[in-house]
Design a protein around this ligand. Structure first.
Ligand code: FAD
Ligand code: NAI
Length: 475
């Protein structure tokens, strides 16, 4: 006898586990299947984000930033450290503890919300008008059925054709987060979000880092002014980034990897690295799902094809997160998961793609929401811009971190905020105000009229809003 549920969620990453909790909160009997294993073979809920993504990368970014501060940042504050040493094992153990706390937190939340958890792989067996049948194999062995299924199977790293990941010399995000010693020469292919964040970690810990990027410009999705500032700051930190390259070949030796490439001028180059991280994007994960058995259609890039509401072509089957179109971000997955659970329960879940924030946790941090200046120009939107540098912000001076600026873009007529771009200290937290403002369709004047605490970095946000009307007070 198969167990029957109102909703079965396949995948326990941020899209899936949050969808399961929301469905259960709405009174639907809910199960979640996830196959991720910890080193002991037990469940490790949270998907890519918790196990080899957002959480461990932020743990290492924090630890390595402390190390960098202790090495060269504290002296300016009159704190002198005579002998500084790195205990990488302890740093990695701390990262593992942070991951484990998150894994266990999700198991606890499942119990609290009465979500039934199956540890194993979920594969479609058949689908018809009576519902969908899913076989679970692994630690749990079951056949379960449901009227509604939410597929949240996430993504996998994309490999270069001639350099498959071995996680020893050629590393994906998994290996890049787990190197047991600091490589002397670290090569990275792809100056995207992972390349820049992982490059920052290992650079701060002492590696010579070279990032090779195919595109002629850095951070193509960011506002060009922000990207230009980022390029300058990364160079100061010693991240060597070469743009406009074309990989010609990768030779994997016993202890090192040699990358041959044509540089931006077309000249042949060769670089030898102790480790090579390949971070050239991610691909949707439908491995083992047996999507065909349910008749689920994929798009031409292998993503599960969905409409604006995350419905697949099969009634009752939905898909959310990295396995469908749109940005591969944990919070986008979560929003979609919640919205789908609410739609199944007859409510009107909604995700506003225009107010999804982007954050890159480098030094300086980069964060934005809404349109870039180049997008507004291309769309011929009449806009006004206002910027404010952290150099003129009292709190930033007190912190000893005055890099970067806040930039507002607002509609020239209505003054509605169209985009906010931040590079500098705590950009990841400051962007939340802009997201709230844009979600409420606020104007730059609304932000300019709101009282912001002094001294705080958030005053730079208010000042940038004032600058839209050319009336910044402190610059
Ligand atoms: P996933 O998190 O990939 O979860 C999918 C889950 O489904 C996995 O546990 C998988 O094992 C399971 N699964 C797959 N198939 C099956 C099956 N058939 N049966 C059972 N289980 C299955 N995003 C941010 O927003 N902020 C960040 O700071 C950030 N940092 C990142 C850093 C790195 C290094 C990486 C790689 C990614 C980062 N991301 C970040 C992206 C983020 O991790 C993803 O967008 C997010 O995890 C997607 O969530 P998801 O639920 O769609 O999929
Ligand atoms: P990405 O899409 O951010 O960057 C990939 C980069 O590799 C691009 O700049 C691309 O032009 C380049 N590239 C592609 N093929 C190449 C080649 N053959 N040679 C040289 N360069 C090449 O993808 P990335 O960094 O792998 O990250 C995957 C996803 O994970 C991202 O889409 C992002 O959404 C998510 N992520 C989010 C984070 C955050 O929110 N802070 C942190 C890390 C990852």
């Amino acid at each position: 006898m198969s167990k029957n549920f109102d909703v079965v969620v396949i995948g326990g990453g941020p899209g899936g586990y949050v969808a399961a909790i929301r469905a259960a909160q709405l009174g639907l009997s809910t199960a979640c299947i996830d196959e991720w294993k910890n080193e002991k073979g037990g469940p490790a809920l949270g998907g890519t984000c918790t196990n080899v993504g957002c959480i461990p990368s932020k743990a290492l970014l924090q630890s390595s930033e402390h190390f960098a501060h202790a090495g060269h940042g504290f002296a300016e504050h009159g704190i002198e450290i005579k002998s500084l040493s790195l205990n990488l094992k302890k740093m990695l153990d701390r990262k593992a503890t942070v991951v484990k706390q998150n894994n266990e937190g999700i198991l606890y939340l499942f119990k609290k919300n009465k979500v039934t958890f199956f540890h194993g792989r979920g594969s479609f067996e058949k689908s018809d008008a009576s519902g969908h049948q899913i076989r679970v194999t692994g630690s749990s062995e079951e056949t379960i059925t449901a009227k509604n299924v939410i597929v949240a199977t996430g993504s996998l790293p994309r490999a270069l054709a001639d350099a498959p990941f071995d996680e020893k010399l050629v590393l994906s995000n998994t290996g890049a987060l787990a190197m047991q010693e600091v490589p002397k020469r670290l090569g990275i292919i792809g100056a995207g979000v992972i390349g820049l964040e992982m490059g920052s970690v290992w650079r701060r810990l002492g590696s010579e880092v070279k990032i090779l990027e195919v595109l002629p410009a850095l951070l193509g999705a960011a506002d060009t002014q922000i990207a230009a500032e980022a390029g300058k700051q990364f160079a100061k930190l010693g991240l060597q980034i070469e743009l406009g390259i074309k990989i010609a070949g990768i030779d994997i030796g016993k202890n090192e990897v040699t990358v041959s490439y044509a540089d931006a001028k077309g000249s042949e180059q060769k670089e030898r690295f102790d480790r090579l991280v390949v971070s050239i994007g991610r691909v949707p994960n439908t491995q083992g799902l047996n999507a065909d058995a349910a008749g689920i259609k994929l798009d031409e890039r292998g993503f599960i094809a969905v409409d604006d509401d995350c419905r697949t072509n099969v009634p009752g089957i939905w898909a959310v997160g990295d396995v469908v179109r749109g940005p591969m971000l944990a919070h986008k997955s979560e929003e979609e998961g919640v919205a789908v659970a609410e739609r199944i329960a007859g409510q009107h879940g909604h995700v506003d793609f225009n107010t999804i924030p982007w954050v890159i946790y480098t030094t300086p941090e980069i964060a934005w929401v809404g349109k870039t200046e180049q997008q507004l120009k291309e769309a011929k939107v009449d806009y006004r811009a206002g910027s404010f540098p952290f150099l003129a912000n009292g709190r930033a001076r007190a912190l000893g971190d005055t890099t970067g600026f806040v930039k507002f873009l607002a509609d020239a007529k209505s003054d509605e905020i169209l985009g906010v771009h931040i590079i500098g200290p705590n950009a990841s937290e400051l962007i939340a105000e802009a997201v709230v403002a844009m979600s409420f369709r606020a104007s730059s004047e609304d932000i300019a009229r709101i009282c912001h605490a002094h001294p705080s970095l958030s005053e730079a946000v208010k000042e940038a809003a004032l600058a839209v009307d050319k009336r910044a007070l402190n610059f």
